[in-house]
Ligand binder design. Structure first.
Ligand code: FPP
Length: 237
């Protein structure tokens, strides 16, 4: 069902939480939950296309997730690789552009190569811009941006007085992307977990108790319906 909303987000970001708890509820290993989470990713992409949302950023692997047990990290990397391989042709067919934020140099070499290929192959696609946050941490991103700007100042390319919000944004992984209008977090946790700290300054938040593997069109529509009622003031009255 396609519903018309007066106010629709241009950019939705998702903290996909609850895969482990979902698996536990079924008496299955955590990796089972991640696999079901990948199916929910596909459904979320379909929902964005159905409702004309042009941009979706998914927190797929955080810089802190490297500290999980090595078998779980391996399983997540393998899931990501197979997901990308399987999705290449449908991304093309559905006119989806893929890009990434985060320290992807830490990913397995074969996944980096595959990502580079898919990013290049889909760079002109227009219907949906899908951004995967991979080995992403907002504090790292902010520190890296600060280092780049500090080097510019040190070498005399920049007067510190010229540092503005706009200049700072240009050095973040999200340079050139609009800030998210709506951030969805599943599994009921009221946390941001080091995700897009700079970029969500004025983002509307929607937290659902639904665990990510159960996230479907129903929850997506609830989030859009709720967003439609928000009055965004950006600090004004
Ligand atoms: C959080 O659930 C989820 C993650 C750390 C990884 C997100 C990964 C996916 C949704 C699947 C793969 C994604 C792609 C793009 C193929 P959790 O493990 O922290 O759950 P818990 O809090 O219930 O333990």
């Amino acid at each position: 069902m396609k519903t018309d909303f007066d106010n629709k987000p241009t950019h939705i970001a998702c903290i996909m939480d609850g895969n482990g708890r979902w698996a536990k509820q079924q008496g299955k290993p955590r990796t089972f939950g991640h696999r079901a989470g990948a199916d929910a990713v596909s459904r979320c992409i379909e929902s964005c296309i159905r409702h004309g949302i042009p941009m979706l950023t998914l927190y797929a692997f955080s810089s802190e997730n490297w500290n999980r047990p090595s078998l779980e990290v391996k399983a997540l990397m393998s899931l990501l690789h197979h997901f990308l391989k399987e999705k290449v042709s449908s991304l093309e067919k559905q006119d989806i552009r893929l890009s990434t934020i985060g320290n992807t140099a830490k990913l397995p070499a074969k996944t980096q190569q595959l990502l580079n290929r898919v990013v290049e192959q889909t760079k002109d696609n227009k219907t949906l811009h899908l951004v995967l946050a991979l080995s992403y941490g907002s504090r790292d991103e902010i520190v890296e941006a600060t280092k780049k700007i500090a080097h510019m100042a040190q070498s005399g390319q920049l007067n510190p007085e010229q540092i503005t919000h706009e200049l700072f944004e240009k050095h973040l992984d999200t340079a050139g992307m609009p800030d998210p209008d709506l951030l969805i977090r599943t599994s009921g946790e009221m946390r941001i977990s080091n995700f897009l700290l700079w970029q969500i300054s004025y983002t509307e938040l929607f937290v659902t108790p639904t665990l990510w593997p159960d996230f479907s069109e129903k929850e997506f529509l609830e989030a859009l319906t709720d967003y439609n009622t928000r009055h965004r003031k950006f600090g004004k009255i």
